[in-house]
Design a protein around this ligand. Sequence first.
Ligand code: V55
Ligand code: FE
Length: 509
Amino acid sequence: MAAAMTQSNEEPEPVGPLPPMEGMQFPDTVMFGGFYAPSRIEADVYDLEVEGRIPPELSGAFYRAAADTQYPPRFAHDPYINGDGMIHMVRFENGHADLKTRYVRTQRFQLERRARQALFGAYRNPYTDDPSVAGVDDGNANTSVIWHAGKLLALKEAALPYELDPVTLETRGVYDFAGQIPGRTFCAHPKHDPLTGELIAFAYNASGLPDKQIHIHEISAEGKVTRSQTFEVPYSSMVHDWLVTREHFVFTISPMVADPEQLKREAQYFVWDPGQETYVAVIPREQGVSGIKWFRSEQVMETHSLNAWTDGDTLVADHFLSKSGWFSQFPKTTVGRLPEQPPFLHRWTFDLTKGAAHWDDAIDTYENERLLQPPAEMSRVDPRFLMGRYRHAWFGGVNPDVPMGEFGPMGGTLNALLHRDADTGAMTRWAPGAERAVEEPVFVSKFADADEGEGYLLSLVGRMDLNRHELVILDALDIAAGPIATVKIPFRLRYGFHGTWVPADELTK
Ligand code: V55
Ligand code: FE
């Protein structure tokens, strides 16, 4: 594998001393220009302008994490995901909406601000950092925001979480679960078990460099780590997301690979290696890693999961798969620069009487169905129905009336919101129109014991036509009717990734 990885059609960027900083100018590239340019605006705007009427019972806060690069990067191919964590919060109260945007004061952010320039080099590559920051954690808290055990946490899979004040967004510091978590990383996609209130998480490359271990952490509703386990994977893969059912954990190990030796020679952390296989690990929650079963897949990367459930010996996994992984973020591949392959919504159905104890013995033994022909990504289910059989799902998709751009993890070309009803197979769509893009939606139920899906769908919308953003509120079971309310944000944010909703009564506890 390592030998194959050194063949590249593109000149690698070597590791070495950082180039001198050439003024305060972001690169003239797609990722750093136009509507994708860093925003860097920390703002408080009270009583945002609203078109329509915000439902008065919508009371709480919408949070979203974005990567908003503070200083021009030191490497030309700096991926979007290397940007500094910026949190977008819209607080709803009695039909009013207030906006707050704040950078997470990570160690990295503060050191760079003091130096007035980037000191950390390539994504996750410590050999490219300025010597003045040697050994300093490079966490940038830019991928997701969750609420657990009364704490608001900003997440990054390459580091530990940062805790924030949920009202002021002030940074409280690195949160290591009071020392209960071994290792230097957490994940951006932990799952809340709606029945137990537990937070179920994993961590890969927890040594801080590419390695072949994955940790699984079970954290109680009160924030106590009740179990941490470790298992081995065939190679060091990017494991961005996963699936959790009431009975199983499911990991997809895909050819987005990292090599600790290569990092000493080349700047880029991940490489798509088409010579590598995709493997799937299914682990029983109760028994733990000793009950692991390996399956083999066609060559894909799970870009994000949607939901999964176990029914006896059958496990159904709905997730988004791409045949190229995230090339656009990590352009050097062993086959040169290929166009990014879009993600599609697939359903894998496993027969759990099959599967092998070791990946070497794994064979293809599951069904694979594409649930939707056009590309899709960035989904939500009603969180009360996560890990079990569910009916309603919402996700970003494609507006057939507007030409589609290149796909990337910033979700920039997801220009419609889709609702899928698994019981009827019905699909409905709301598309905001040309030069507008949606983000991953958040679902808010109308009241505590509302039926599945009975609630609101909130999504940020990028208005490229007006160089600003807005937040739309849709009836989750009738998105085609269009927004109930549109909350206007008077400036452009940088596109975000994932976030959450916290009800007002939780915030004031
Ligand atoms: C993603 C985002 C990341 C990351 C890895 O959504 C994958 C894709 C914002 O950080 O580190
Ligand atoms: Fe993600």
